[in-house]
Design a binder for this molecule. Structure first.
Ligand SMILES: Nc1ncnc2c1ncn2[C@@H]1O[C@H](COP(=O)(O)OP(=O)(O)OP(=O)(O)O)[C@@H](O)[C@H]1O
Ligand SMILES: [Mg+2]
Length: 272
């Protein structure tokens, strides 16, 4: 069985907008795979290239060199097998909750009554039955994230790409949503590539944690199997002795990169 996503020696360089400006190599020679049905978290310091890698997997950005394979096929253009939950809010403010969830179904030419039924069902699954006619500004931040989740999952993608989806939420809401994502994932076992800078979140949710170095030329510097039993409760699993052990092993690798990334941002390096 081929991997759901395989990054093969991916390098991403960005050219400066300024005439005569330099080139910034954000990601360099990065290779790793996400197997079908596997939940992989990528952690790394701020600004290291996590969203860049996800954009490459989504087909929104072509690597400068190397390639991505999706289910064994070289990716060209947009990744039609993947659903993408962005780091920033991506709901359309002028559309109701229901119409936001229906958006992708419309692009796939699904008849309107069928799309309404599917979107209504997904809104109920993420706990938003009765909120179909609300606009995004009439929802809480957590509710808006639930709408975005329904919007992604209603398309039943084989691969789910999530970029720090819950980082703006308070810790309680965040843990509730993390558990919901794990329940939904357990039911269908899609491949998930989940980006976060939060090591606790990464260990609690995933089968594997890939650690990225600080930029420039970010690349994986660790790959850890998370052998904690499932089903997991993300709050409770944190007190499991194995969780504590894994956390300390991974933090040993990540700590220095976080400090480097922070120092670079303070010095304004990494700006192109
Ligand atoms: N389109 C672009 N043009 C120029 N530089 C870019 C572009 N996209 C990203 N970069 C640079 O590449 C580096 C990695 O950015 P990226 O957004 O992937 O980081 P990140 O790890 O997702 O950060 P964060 O944790 O803050 O979300 C940064 O230095 C950023 O300035
Ligand atoms: Mg990012």
């Amino acid at each position: 069985m081929s991997a759901a996503i395989s990054f093969e020696q991916v390098t991403c360089a960005f050219r400066s907008n300024v005439a005569g400006g330099s080139t910034y190599v954000a990601v360099s020679d990065t290779s790793f795979e996400v197997q079908q049905g596997e939940f992989v978290c990528v952690v790394g310091p701020t600004g290291c290239g996590k969203s860049t890698l996800l954009n490459v997997a989504a087909g929104l950005l072509s690597p400068s060199s190397g390639q991505v394979k999706v289910m064994g096929q070289a990716l060209q253009g947009i990744n039609a097998r993947a659903g993408y939950m962005f780091q920033s809010e991506a709901l359309m403010p002028w559309r109701t909750t229901l119409d936001n969830v229906k958006l992708g179904l419309g692009y796939r030419q699904i008849p309107d009554d069928q799309a309404t039924a599917m979107a209504t069902d997904w809104l109920a699954r993420v706990g938003l039955a009765g909120f179909e006619d609300r606009y995004p500004h009439q929802l809480s931040g957590g509710m808006r994230k639930r709408v975005a989740l329904a919007q992604t999952l209603v398309l039943d993608p084989d691969i789910i790409l999530m970029d720090e989806p819950f980082s703006a939420l308070d810790i309680q809401t965040r843990q509730l949503m993390e558990n919901e994502v794990l329940d939904l994932w357990a039911a269908k076992r899609k491949a998930v590539l989940f980006i976060t800078h939060d090591l606790d979140e990464a260990i609690a949710m995933s089968d594997r944690v890939v650690v990225l170095s600080a930029g420039p030329a970010t690349h994986p510097i660790g790959d850890f199997v998370i052998d904690l039993p499932r089903p997991r409760d993300v709050a409770e699993v944190r007190s499991d002795p194995r969780f504590v052990q894994l956390h300390s092993q991974i933090w040993d690798v990540l700590r220095e990169e976080v400090l480097k990334g922070y120092a670079q941002q303070r010095q304004g390096r990494g700006a192109t």
